[in-house]
Design a binder for this molecule. Structure first.
Ligand code: ZN
Ligand code: ZN
Length: 242
């Protein structure tokens, strides 16, 4: 486990010293130019790192639930779209097959990369079922979480003919998006989204909430609520004005 260092320094950090998730950062801050990631000497701040840790813990079970829901669809050949989406965030309505395929690629590819960086021999997965490969890989990424999230960009094979360049924190960010999409696919609706923008009514940041699948955005500070559509108009106006 990492030691968590809390920085309370009021000094405005440069871009290089902020959480790379930017406006998506769980501790994003508002500055003149918009929303920026929380000050952080590492690519991901502590709250975002904690979310990645949680996602690695949750992913193997989510995978099993997705597989159980796949049925015969699991035996169909992956489409071209599937192979292209492995390295980048999937849409929230991604299919179970896209989701299981992406997690398998992301977890095993990065587990291999990280264990290689740590100078350890890689695991032999030839006789392992896919679920066990994912569980072992997520365990390994948990153990080497810091090595992973600071990992420099590397070229990774997505298919035999395609590769992408991805850094460790980018892959971790994809995993966070994967978790949201997987939970949504499985109908696990208790997830609450916390939009990073300040409340349009009381201007307090970090107080907006939206239940996954809900059409309403609500402020936990002043109690006002908006439909998602109206709220997005606010955000566009706000981004346009920034
Ligand atoms: Zn962050
Ligand atoms: Zn409010």
């Amino acid at each position: 486990m990492d030691t968590i260092e809390h920085s309370s320094s009021p000094v405005i950090a440069t871009d290089e010293e902020r959480c790379r998730r930017g406006a998506q950062c769980l501790a994003a801050e508002r500055v003149d130019t918009g929303r920026v990631g929380a000050p952080s000497s590492r690519p991901l701040c502590d709250p975002c790192t904690d979310a990645v840790r949680q996602a690695l813990g949750d992913a193997p079970e989510l995978y099993v639930r997705l597989r159980l829901g796949l049925g015969d669809a699991g035996s169909t050949a992956p489409s071209e779209q599937v192979t292209k989406s492995k390295g980048s965030p999937l849409p929230l309505n991604a299919s179970k097959l896209d989701l299981t395929d992406q997690l398998h690629w992301l977890a095993t590819t990065w587990a291999d990369e990280v264990i290689h960086t740590a100078g350890r021999p890689g695991p032999d997965r030839t006789s392992q079922p896919e679920g066990a490969q994912i569980a072992d890989s997520c365990q390994l990424l948990l153990r080497y979480l810091t090595v992973w999230t600071v990992h420099a960009p590397v070229d990774l094979n997505v298919t035999r003919t395609e590769s992408i360049t991805q850094s460790g924190w980018e892959a971790a960010d994809v995993l966070l998006t994967w978790k949201r999409a997987a939970r949504r696919n499985l109908g696990l609706t208790e997830l609450t989204h916390r939009p990073p923008e300040p409340c349009p009514a009381c201007d307090v940041p970090g107080v907006l909430e939206r239940r996954d699948g809900d059409d309403k955005v609500r402020c936990s500070n002043c109690g006002k609520s908006w439909t998602l559509e109206t709220y997005e108009l606010f955000v566009h106006a706000w981004i346009g004005a920034a």
